[in-house]
Design a protein around this ligand. Structure first.
Ligand code: AHR
Length: 341
């Protein structure tokens, strides 16, 4: 690693950040304490620019925390964190600022899969390795060093298979099953994979009727709003597939406010993804049936990958996180004690 290059770059970068108006750094609500521009640089630290999607969900907060608490000065890192507030253009600005700062690595969680060729080519031309976390970018694989994240398609398939078995156990396997889906941000890997995986199982069941799939942007507020509109439009919804926990929390609020019931003892079965701590609360309260884990703890793996690259080693291009699922038939009280988020 060229530390002289890094030191000069960080000084230039700070000036550039002050100069550029409307850039991700200025708009970010992240407290200044998270940026260490003001502090004296230790030339031995590895400079990493991290462009995060936003703060749209509990999962995202856990993911940010994991990366921030791994890439610390104590562990040898100088982390520049940028919250894109769910806007791809903010991620473009952040990456270009990281290039100006001549960071050693760029870590990017791409909000959507498309549109990254130009900016990632700029990073490559500047000789800065890019590590993708969580979501994928549809670009030539030469444009990124590796990717860490979840197998979203398997998560969606697991959800479909869970529903298959649940309906069987309920003696409802042959009934018409009316389903709606609250989708995550369209064109994001999590949305594309979960939708695709669930659809693969649906194809086997002519009696499963997908009434509508609607974007609720992975947020609780949107989840509630979209569920309210679906409840007005359709009678007798049997199943709601929520492509993350926060949308499920919003959906539960909408269902309860409409005077309907959900969860294992209610009329509407709720499937969700992430398995964050609040989803355990919702399952234990009998509001949602199941949550398919999406592991947000990327920090330690990222630290290990950069360590390997720094010592001249190679890393696997695609690295999946381990995942499972949790439902109300399990001892959630005990399981929750083992959970970090
Ligand atoms: O990309 C991972 C997804 O993004 C999580 O499921 C969701 O909660 C987050 O916003």
């Amino acid at each position: 690693m060229n530390h002289i290059r890094k030191m000069r770059g960080l000084a230039v970068g700070f000036g550039a950040l002050l100069f550029l108006s409307g850039c991700g750094a200025k708009e970010s609500p992240e407290p200044a304490a998270n940026r260490r521009f003001e502090t004296e640089m230790d030339e031995n630290l590895i400079a990493v620019g991290f462009s995060q999607v936003g703060a749209e969900s509990d999962w995202r907060a856990a993911n940010t925390e994991s990366i921030q608490s791994s890439l610390t000065p104590e562990n040898g890192f100088y982390l520049i964190y940028e919250d894109a507030q769910q806007k791809q253009e903010n991620q473009f600005k952040a990456i270009r600022n990281f290039i100006l700062q001549e960071v050693d690595y760029i870590v990017l969680s791409p909000i959507v899969e498309t549109g990254w060729e130009t900016v990632l080519q700029e990073a490559k031309d500047a000789g800065i390795p890019v590590i993708l976390v969580d979501r994928m970018a549809q670009v030539d694989e030469e444009l990124y060093t590796c990717w860490i994240g979840a197998d979203f398609e398997s998560e969606g398939k697991r959800a479909g298979e869970w529903l298959e078995q649940y309906l069987e156990e309920q003696g409802r396997a042959g009934e018409e099953i009316r389903i709606v889906t609250l989708q995550g941000t369209l064109d994001s890997s999590a949305q594309l994979g979960r939708t695709k995986g669930f659809a693969e199982v649906m194809e086997k069941h002519g009696n499963w009727d997908m009434l509508e799939m609607k974007d609720a942007d992975f947020t609780q507020a949107k989840g509630q709003e979209v569920m309210e509109s679906l409840l007005k439009k359709y009678d007798d919804i049997d199943v709601v597939v929520c492509e993350n926990d926060n949308m499920a929390f919003g959906a539960v609020d909408a269902i309860q406010e409409a005077g309907e019931s959900c969860g294992p003892d209610g009329d509407i079965t709720i499937l969700s993804f992430d398995a964050v701590s609040a989803a355990f609360d919702a399952m234990m309260a009998g509001e949602i049936n199941v949550s398919f884990e999406c592991n947000p703890l990327h920090g330690p793996k990222l630290q290990e990958i950069i360590g390997t690259l720094e010592s001249g080693g190679t890393v696997d291009k695609i690295q999946y996180m381990e995942e499972t699922y949790f439902d109300t038939s399990m001892n959630l009280e005990e399981l929750r004690k083992t959970r970090a988020y």
